[in-house]
Write a protein that binds this ligand. Structure first.
Ligand code: NAP
Length: 539
């Protein structure tokens, strides 16, 4: 076998890039037949797994001696044999003696690891009569499909697993909230024995990706999206290529996008590719957050006493999206004056003194994209002031993005009008920025002058409702530039009809990239790789 598990990152097959940690990626293999299992082993290797977990309980027909022998012989990667019973979330419904015999056989035949459940460990040890055959490492595991217990209970669980004779401790709990993961990191980092500690579910994703940062032995990565052995498992491809798993180290800074929902966000791809290309030691995650205050409280007070490498300082910066932009503002120790006026932050950075600083980059990206568009058009001002000065700027929507655009336009000297589905919210925002208000229904007939600017900041026209649009094509003839904050699809019906009516268009992608430049510079202190951002978003 070409890869020694013990030596971690030493000798991977061809095509492997740099590895900065020893954490392994384990591909769980679940197949009906041994032949299929063997195919999956090769697939796992080609995808970049370091080790395979052979789930014996998934085999429909199983002849322990011959099948295990073949699988060990032909497997191109180190092996972990698991024969999970139904009572621990697996498929095996038979008696314990046959199950123990198969696992014993795997040990004798040269398995690198076997997994036995804590609930059965005592009985299994008795069955082996204290003779642990071969070089095999025994993982003793515990799975909690309901919750993540308090830290004292987790500490007791780990002590029991260790006392049962584990070479490697494994426990998996369920995340009811993203803050559950903090307790599991604290246990992982203090473990004296190699440990695999996972928090299942989308809210626990961070536990799987940051395994190398906190010293976990391995993480699980599925071969294909959706073919998971436990909820929340990323694919090997995502671990390696999206989250740069091989490059993570104890002092890697953690960034991420806080939202709900958040899994659709392209921000991790954008930032992680940029971090990798400039060698910045950071990772950017999808963070599914329910209670933003609890999130910031937990990850601002993380204390890994005795392990000076880790602290809340490692949770260094966050993008904030729907629905947390307003709540996040209240969590900041200091807020930029414009964000305060807008009443929403979309970027939170931890300063060197540990304090949280909030700002709003939504308007920066949008306004500069509009200014660029106007300057590039024949009608744009060529003077030294903003080409927005004096223009009538119509904002559709009065939510976070609407507020940001209205303030940004006002700052540049535009005359602002807010059109919103809920008129009262339009009125409220208009009063704040000293502008006019309309209900969205009145917008079609609002045609006071030519050469206006229009910014849609509602989700109207967003995938999958791509045929919807907030304003008729006829009314668009009065606008010289139209921006749509919606970025899926890039060219919405609104933008298509605006272009057909002769207006300049600015896409939600342009706006997104603009705000991302600003956040990247705040997160890293480095200039944003603008061309790379554009290329990534175009792809
Ligand atoms: P938000 O705070 O929830 O505000 C949503 C606004 O849209 C409200 O004014 C709401 O009107 C209106 N709205 C929602 N559904 C509507 C419908 N079916 N018909 C008419 N009006 C509707 O959200 P947000 O943070 O401002 O984000 C809004 C959109 O902008 C989202 O699509 C988001 O993805 C996009 N965005 C893009 C970027 C970028 O970089 N491209 C940045 C930020 C946001 P009511 O007041 O009547 O409820």
């Amino acid at each position: 076998m070409e890869f020694a598990v013990e030596s971690g990152l030493k000798t991977m097959g061809s095509g492997e890039g740099i590895r900065r940690n020893q954490a392994l990626i384990c591909a769980p293999l679940m197949a009906d037949t041994v032949d299929q299992m063997v195919d999956l082993m090769h697939k796992a290797k080609s995808k970049g797994a370091d080790i395979v977990e052979i789930r014996l309980d998934h085999l429909k027909i199983f002849n322990p001696r011959s099948d295990i022998e073949i699988m060990i012989k032909v497997c191109p990667l180190p092996t972990l044999f698991t024969y999970r019973p139904i009572w621990e979330g697996g498929q095996y419904a038979g008696d314990e003696k046959s199950r123990f015999k198969a696992l014993q056989l795997a040990m004798e035949l040269g398995a690198d690891h076997i997994d036995i459940e804590l609930k059965a460990a005592h009985e299994f040890n008795n069955f082996l009569h204290g003779n642990k055959p071969g070089k095999c490492k025994v993982i003793i595991s515990s799975h909690n499909y309901d919750s993540t217990p308090p830290i004292e209970d987790l500490g007791n669980l780990v002590a029991r697993i260790q006392a049962a004779g584990a070479d490697i401790i494994k426990f998996a709990t369920t995340a009811l909230d993203i803050t559950d993961v903090a307790r599991v990191f604290q246990i992982t980092v203090h473990s004296q024995v190699p440990i695999i500690a996972m928090v299942m579910g989308e809210r626990g994703l961070m536990s799987r990706i940051l395994c190398p940062k906190f010293g976990g032995y391995l993480t699980f990565g599925s071969l294909e999206a959706g073919q998971v052995s436990a909820p929340g498992q990323p694919t090997i491809e995502e671990l390696v290529n999206l989250y740069n798993f091989r490059l993570l180290e104890p002092d890697t800074k953690v960034f991420g996008i806080i939202g709900n929902p958040v899994s659709h966000s392209k921000s991790p791809k954008l930032y992680n590719e940029a971090f990798k290309s400039v060698g910045f030691n950071g990772v950017y995650l999808h963070l599914l957050v329910d209670d933003v205050q609890k999130f910031f409280r937990t990850y601002s007070s993380m204390d890994f006493a005795g392990f000076r490498t880790y602290s809340s300082m490692d949770f260094a910066g966050f993008s904030v999206t729907i629905p947390h932009k307003e709540a996040a503002l209240a969590c900041c120790d200091e807020v930029d004056p414009v964000a305060k006026s807008i009443g929403a932050v979309n970027c939170v950075v931890r300063r060197p003194d540990g304090k949280l600083f909030g700002c709003n980059t939504d308007y920066v990206g949008a306004i500069s994209s509009i200014e660029d568009g106007l300057l590039g058009s024949q009608n744009g001002s060529t003077g030294t002031g903003s080409p927005l000065a004096g223009k009538l700027f119509v904002v559709i929507g009065a939510g976070g993005a609407g507020k940001a655009l209205a303030y940004g336009a006002k700052e540049k000297g535009a005359r602002v009008l807010i059109a919103n589905r809920t008129y009262d919210r339009a009125r409220e925002l208009a009063d704040l920025v000293g502008g006019q208000a309309l209900s969205l229904a009145e917008l079609d007939n609002f045609r006071p002058e030519k050469g206006m600017i229009l910014a849609n900041t509602t989700s109207i026209g967003m995938h999958p409702k791509v045929n919807e649009t907030p304003i008729s094509k006829e009314a668009l003839a009065n606008y010289m530039l139209v921006l749509n904050a919606v970025y899926t699809p890039k060219i919405t019906r609104l933008l298509r009809e605006a272009a057909e009516s002769g207006a300049q268009i600015v896409t939600g992608v342009d706006m997104f990239i603009g705000q991302a430049y600003e956040q990247y510079e705040r997160f890293t202190g480095l200039p944003a790789p603008k061309e790379q951002f554009k290329k990534i978003m175009e792809n």
